[in-house]
Design a protein around this ligand. Structure first.
Ligand SMILES: NC(=O)c1ccc[n+]([C@@H]2O[C@H](COP(=O)([O-])OP(=O)(O)OC[C@H]3O[C@@H](n4cnc5c(N)ncnc54)[C@H](OP(=O)(O)O)[C@@H]3O)[C@@H](O)[C@H]2O)c1
Length: 285
C-alpha cells in the first residue's frame, strides 16, 4: 500500500491514477471527504481523512503502508509542521521510501514557500528515513481553469511578464515519473528536478493561436487582480504574500530548469506545450 497525501488536489489526482496504473494499491489522505468519490473513481483503494498538521491523524494514515508519496499543501504557513509529522509517521511505519514532492528552486529565498520547503528537505535528509526528493516545475494544467475564458476573450494571461521563461511539466508526465521513482530502489537518496520544457506566455499564445485556429494574444494579469481572485478563492494572507513574491520573481528571473532528468526517468522527452494543448482540445475543452 502506498499513501498519497493532499490526494484531492491537482498533483494528487495525477499521482494516484499513475500509481494505480503501475499496479500499486493506493491509500489517499485528504483533509475533508469531498474528494473521496473522485479519488475512488481514479482507483484509490482507500480514502482516509486527516489534517497534515495533526500528528496523530498522520500517524494513523501511515500505518501499514510500505511507501509514501508526500505532497505538501500549497503555500502553507505550516510547511515545517506538516513535514515533521510525515517524517515522524514514516519513521514509525518503517516505510521503504518517503518520496517528497518538493519544488524547483527551493534554494531561492525570494520564493517564500519554496524556501520553506528547503528545510523540510534538510530534515528528511537528516531523518534516516529512506527518501527521494522530486523538485517539480510549474504545471501546464495550471492554465486549465482559465481555458474557456481564454478561448472566449482571445487572451492568454498569466500573473507574470509575458517574456518570462517558465518550465512547464505536464501532470501526466509527473504522475508517470512519480510511479517510476517510487517503485525503483535505485532512486533511493536521489534529489531530482523534474521539469518540462521552458516557454514564455508569448510563445504559448502563438501555439494556442495555431492549435485553436483563432488569434490568441499574450497578456499579464495585474497583480491586484491575481491577488483579488486568490483572496476570493480563500487564500490566506500567508499564501497571498507567497504568490506576490513568486510572481515578482518569475517576472524578473523566470522559473527554468533542465528537462534532462525527466527525460531520463520517462525514457522519452517530456510532453511539450503544443502536444498538451492539442490533447486538451481533443478532450473537448
Ligand atoms: N501547482 C503547481 O504548478 C506546482 C508546481 C510544483 C510543485 N507544486 C507543489 O505541489 C503541491 C500540491 O500543489 P497542488 O497544485 O496540487 O495544490 P492543490 O490543487 O491546491 O491541492 C492541495 C491539496 O492539499 C490539501 N490540503 C491543504 N491543507 C491541508 C492540510 N492541512 N492537511 C491535509 N491536506 C491539506 C487540499 O485539501 P482541501 O481541498 O481540503 O483544501 C488540497 O486537496 C504543493 O506543495 C505545491 O507547492 C505545485
Amino acid at each position: 500500500m502506498i499513501l498519497v497525501t493532499s490526494a484531492g488536489g491537482k498533483t494528487g489526482k495525477a499521482v494516484v491514477p499513475a500509481l494505480v496504473a503501475h499496479g500499486h494499491a493506493v491509500r489517499a489522505l485528504v483533509r475533508s471527504g469531498t474528494a473521496a468519490a473522485a479519488l475512488k473513481a481514479l482507483g484509490a483503494a482507500e480514502v482516509v481523512t486527516g489534517d497534515l498538521a495533526d500528528a496523530a491523524a498522520v500517524e494513523r494514515a501511515t500505518r501499514g503502508v510500505r511507501a509514501i508519496y508526500y505532497i505538501p499543501p500549497n503555500m502553507s504557513p505550516n510547511e515545517g509542521l506538516h513535514g515533521a509529522n510525515i517524517i515522524a509517521a514514516a519513521r514509525a511505519a518503517g516505510v521503504d521510501r518517503l518520496v517528497f514532492h518538493s519544488v524547483l528552486h527551493c534554494q531561492v529565498q525570494a520564493l517564500r514557500h519554496h524556501w520553506n520547503r528547503l528545510f523540510v528537505e534538510e530534515a528528511l535528509i537528516e531523518s534516516g528515513v529512506p527518501f527521494t526528493i522530486l523538485q517539480a516545475s510549474s504545471y501546464m494544467q495550471n492554465m486549465l481553469p482559465g481555458w474557456a475564458r481564454m478561448v472566449e476573450t482571445g487572451e492568454h494571461t498569466m500573473g507574470f511578464a509575458v517574456d518570462a521563461r517558465i518550465s512547464l511539466i505536464d501532470l501526466v508526465d509527473l504522475g508517470e515519473a512519480a510511479a517510476r521513482v517510487i517503485a525503483d530502489p535505485g532512486y533511493a537518496a536521489a534529489i531530482l528536478e523534474i521539469n518540462g520544457p521552458a516557454i514564455t506566455t508569448t510563445e504559448k499564445a502563438a501555439i494556442l493561436t495555431r492549435v485553436l485556429g483563432r488569434p490568441i494574444r499574450a497578456g499579464q494579469t495585474p497583480l491586484a487582480t491575481v491577488l483579488d481572485h486568490a483572496r476570493h478563492a480563500g487564500a490566506s494572507d500567508h499564501a497571498l504574500d507567497c504568490l506576490a513574491r513568486m510572481l515578482d520573481h518569475y517576472s524578473r528571473h523566470g522559473f527554468e530548469g533542465s528537462t534532462k532528468v525527466l527525460s531520463w526517468i520517462l525514457g522519452r522527452p517530456p510532453t511539450d506545450f503544443e502536444t498538451f494543448a492539442r490533447r486538451i482540445l481533443a478532450a473537448g475543452a
